[in-house]
Design a protein around this ligand. Sequence first.
Ligand SMILES: C[S@@+](CC[C@H](N)C(=O)[O-])C[C@H]1O[C@@H](n2cnc3c(N)ncnc32)[C@H](O)[C@@H]1O
Length: 252
Amino acid sequence: MGKNKLRKFSEMESMECVFQYPFGILREKGFPMKGSWGRDYFGNDNPIVLELGCGKGEYTVGLAERFPDKNFIGIDIKGARMWTGARQVRDRGIKNAAFLRTSIELLPHFFSPDEVDEIWITFPDPQMKKVTKRLTGTRFMDLYRQVIRDNGIIHLKSDSPFLYTYTQYMVEHNGFKKVTDTSDLYHDPQGVSDILNIRTFYEQQWLDRGLTIKYISWHLDHATTLSEPDVEIEPDTYRSFSRGELQCPDKC
Ligand SMILES: C[S@@+](CC[C@H](N)C(=O)[O-])C[C@H]1O[C@@H](n2cnc3c(N)ncnc32)[C@H](O)[C@@H]1O
């Protein structure tokens, strides 16, 4: 491991806003703040919003600064990326944001039923081959329902036509109530809200290559019996190009 990564990991150990919990300890002792993040970390009972696969945590930090009456937690398995957001939270004295280094699959170990109010999923890998790995697939909807309140909102921001189309089908097929849906966020005739204008690291890279950004959000109810839509979706061809050679096809 590079020196820089090691330095970041060691700095994160001492940051109050960062929680890193090896699975062994989690299995043995459980997470002490499960069900009490509000009382024990944030010191209030404001709504809790998660950013999954947060990378450097642009949404976690950006939303926390805009909404002091909500609490934000960025979650990612990669600590070196998370360090960027965690340092901003520490250095700017942001009290309503934290970072949790873990796998998304372990969410129910860290949060009680109904403890979460909203979930943001920002530029995930579309997982075109494996629906069970897709963060907007029904396996993950089932997982989110174990921690989010009934009808809590899920937000997806993505560069991927494949993932966006799949998610539209998934939402419609399961009868979830849509909040917003746009296939070209930054050219939407209704304009872009301040919240959606927050740009993540990956997002900026895709924008620099001329891709359009998609955004869809919906209410995730607890009652629906989840099922996968039976659809064939054309894969994103641009993802197989190396970054330097990326050429955007017309339908990006
Ligand atoms: C393509 S990056 C996007 C990062 C960031 N949201 C952005 O837009 O710049 C996807 C992120 O999801 C994280 N990730 C993927 N699968 C995960 C999982 N199962 N649990 C936790 N993090 C995961 C990766 O480590 C990576 O940082």
